[in-house]
Each structure stands twice: as C-alpha cells, then as structure tokens.
Design a protein. Structure first.
Length: 284
C-alpha cells in the first residue's frame, strides 16, 4: 500500500467549500494517497496566507502545467461551461456545480470529451440521498417519476430574475417559489439546486426535463436545509400498487448559508472516490 501512486488534485474555486477541501487535502490528503497540486480562485488575494504560494494557480488556462489527475470545480457553473471539456482532455473532472449541465450543449460536449479521452466526469451527490438507487432504477428503466423539493430560509437562496423578486417578498409565510422541470430552474438558482442537478444526472432516463424540482422559502427554518425526494417506480401488475419511496433529509446549516454543514463532508467523501472509473459519467 505504501507504494500506491498519489492522485494529483487541482481545486478550482476557494469559497467555503473550496477552502474546506483544500484544508483537508493539505492536512489529510497524503493519508488517502491524494496530493494537492494547485488551487485557483478568481480573487487571488483570498488565498494569501492560506494557500502556499507554490500551489496558487494565477491563470486557470495554465492548469495543464500542474499535471493534475483530477480537477475539482467548486466555483461557479460558468467554469464547467468554459473549461470542462478542456479539463477532461487531460484529467478526470468532478463538477461541483452540476447545474451547468442543464445546458444541453454543455452536457453533450462533456459526454463527448469523456468518450474521446476516456476520463471520468464525476457528479458529487452533495445533499442527494439515495442517488445510487435512483441511478439503478434509471438504468433498468423502472424509474417513472422523480421530484426533489428543497426548502430553505429565504436568506439562504441566491436567485436570479423573477425568483429573486418573489423571494424578496417572502415575509413570514412558507412560500412555493417554483415547481416544474429542473432544466428551467437551474439558470434561476445556479448556486442552490446542485442537488437537483445531480438527481437529474442520476435519473438519466428522465433527465433535466423529466425530473420535477420544487423550491420553497420558509422563514421558520433559519438554520436548516431540507431536501425531500419522491421516487415513483413501476406498477405491480398483480396488485396494481405503485412502487414509491419518500425521504426527507434535514441538514443543519449556518444562518444564510447556501451550503449545509453535512454537505461539506459529503463532498470530501465524493472526492476520495474519484480514483478513475474509465470513460464514463459517474455519481460519487
């Protein structure tokens, strides 16, 4: 085991989640045979005194020079749209903002890059509970419907357009901000619905158009993020009963935080699973 080759990791983004992953890689990475080789952030000053100078990547276009085996995006969906295909040409790629894949052109370009270069596109489950089971049903074509409802305090949402205006009007009453296809929701809530996007990738027979997303603002939840998942499967021919699963995940969160605390450790577990799975899209 001592001779196992280390997985060289590049982190793109140094927000709360990026800082968490960088700290764990610096302090514990070697124990799991992972080595941090670069960190990039749009605002370089944010890394001063926190990230060793030799690990700071000033120009993201120079990522190839660091020889990463795995690149992890925890910045913004625009990074995947601009660099995702290029990342996959040289390394495995974990897309921490899978809302980027709601754009059909982006998803298809990444799938083509996966097939061409035989690297893996990793989709972290984040706050998605039961993702592997959903994917298995999708593989068998027995998944007939999927709905993901995310409920947070209004201050925990970073929304765009009409949803931002609607959220600003929420005072004391629980309010449904959106219910419909996840594809239409992703551009309006790119930082908040990555769990839904991961669900769409797992539920590949339904995809972004078939999976239903619901966004709820609830002022009575200052320090919780709640994710409810409703799965519908086949109808039993003999009894006429329909297979269903419902789960509710209550994730503690700091007031106004976009990401719940349990999601940080989930991302770390996902990163440790990114050791190469061939040319495929893999939920981790």
């Amino acid at each position: 085991m001592s001779g196992q080759r280390k997985v060289r990791v590049g982190i793109v983004g140094y927000g709360h989640l990026g800082q968490y992953l960088v700290d764990r890689l610096l302090n514990e990475g070697s124990q799991s045979h992972f080595e941090l080789v670069f960190v990039w952030n749009r605002d370089l000053k944010k890394m001063d005194g926190k990230v060793p100078a030799q690990l700071q990547l000033h120009d993201l276009s120079d990522f190839k020079d660091r020889g990463a085996d795995l690149i992890v995006e925890v910045a913004h969906p625009c990074i995947t749209r601009e660099y995702g295909k290029r990342f996959l040409s040289t390394s495995h790629f974990m897309v921490g903002s899978p809302t980027a894949l709601a754009d059909p052109a982006t998803e298809q370009s990444l799938r083509k890059a996966v097939a061409l270069h035989q690297n893996t596109l990793y989709i972290p489950r984040g706050a998605l509970w039961g993702g592997e089971d959903i994917q298995k049903m999708a593989d068998r074509r027995t998944l007939t419907a999927l709905k993901v409802t995310m409920t947070k305090h209004p201050n925990s949402f970073k929304l765009e357009g009409r949803l931002r205006e609607l959220n600003q009007e929420v005072k004391s009453k629980r309010t449904l901000l959106y219910e419909g296809p996840v594809r239409d929701l992703c551009p309006l809530a790119p930082n908040n619905v990555n769990t839904m996007a991961a669900a769409c990738m797992a539920a590949h027979n339904l995809g972004f158009d078939g999976v239903v997303g619901a966004l709820v603002a609830d002022p009575s939840l200052p320090d919780w993020h709640v994710v409810d998942i409703e799965v519908v499967g086949p109808v039993d021919k003999e009894s006429g009963h329909t297979f269903t699963v419902k789960t509710s995940r209550r994730n503690p969160a700091m007031p106004s935080a976009v990401t719940g605390t349990a999601t940080f450790s989930s991302f770390w577990s996902s990163l440790l699973a990114c050791t190469g799975h061939g040319g495929c899209v893999h939920l981790c």
